[in-house]
Design a protein around this ligand. Sequence first.
Ligand code: CP
Ligand code: NVA
Length: 314
Amino acid sequence: MTQALKHYLQFTDLSADEYAYVFTRAALIKKKFKAYEKHHTLADRTLAMIFEKASTRTRVSFEAGMYQMGGAVVHLTTGDSQLGRAEPIEDSAKVISRMVDLVMIRTYGQDKINRFAANSRVPVINGLTNEFHPCQIMADLLTFIEHRGNAAHPLDCLKGRVVAWVGDGNNMANTWLQAADLLGFTVHVSTPSGYEVDPTIAGLVTHSECFKVFADPMQACQGADLVTTDVWTSMGYEAENEARQRAFADWCVDADMMAVAQPNALFMHCLPAHRGEEVSADVIDGDQSVVWDEAENRMHVQKALMEYLLLGRQ
Ligand code: CP
Ligand code: NVA
């Protein structure tokens, strides 16, 4: 089966039913990978990866994932392509999408990836923008399902859960909100003043039921099934670093915060992490932390996503 042109620019671009399929497929693809079984469903397909910001996980997971599915990749950055010399994004999209089957972009404003997609003949995947990081939240949810649910009914274990978001109201926070609204859980958000999450970015109204705001991060963590955080200063915001270091000092996920969450609460971080800033070393390196599973699951879930966007349900 093939698929009509479909982009993955934000979390809401797939329905709950499509996520159920992708998570189940990702579990199968992961199992085959672990057993060294070939899974060459994207043979002869090419993925272009465009990076306007740095990356370790996103690059390795997409590149290794594409090779494992029998495909190939082209790696472009702002510095080594005409993108860095002001070729319009619309022209770049028209050209690149005539030569490859799929495009992944990591860039700044969401408007840029939207403009690329509007001019692309092939599916475009968001590999992180200032506003969203949907591939990471997919990997985080797959990780939660592995630890707390089952692959046959992947979404069931998410319903009614509480995710505590401690830190910046950034691209990860916005995407958690979208996931909560779509999949039926609640995000307890605690950010320093001035760094609040803006629900309208996620397409939500201010009083949406899928999130609650807490001034005190300890209260946000109370009874949570999952505690998660991210760097205080995201890529593109480096000029604010000093002010952020001061503002975020009380938003470090430590053992005290984990102690008020559920006794079996998981800890997640999209990585890269700064021990002693947004998370203490004993938490990120402790028993409740599943950060390495999260990182690995980027690859498995993105393989399922790429296959779905190109071939539809198998
Ligand atoms: N989590 C994540 O996207 O990592 P990279 O910045 O290394 O790709
Ligand atoms: N919020 C972080 C995530 C990095 C993977 C950033 O945008 O830099």
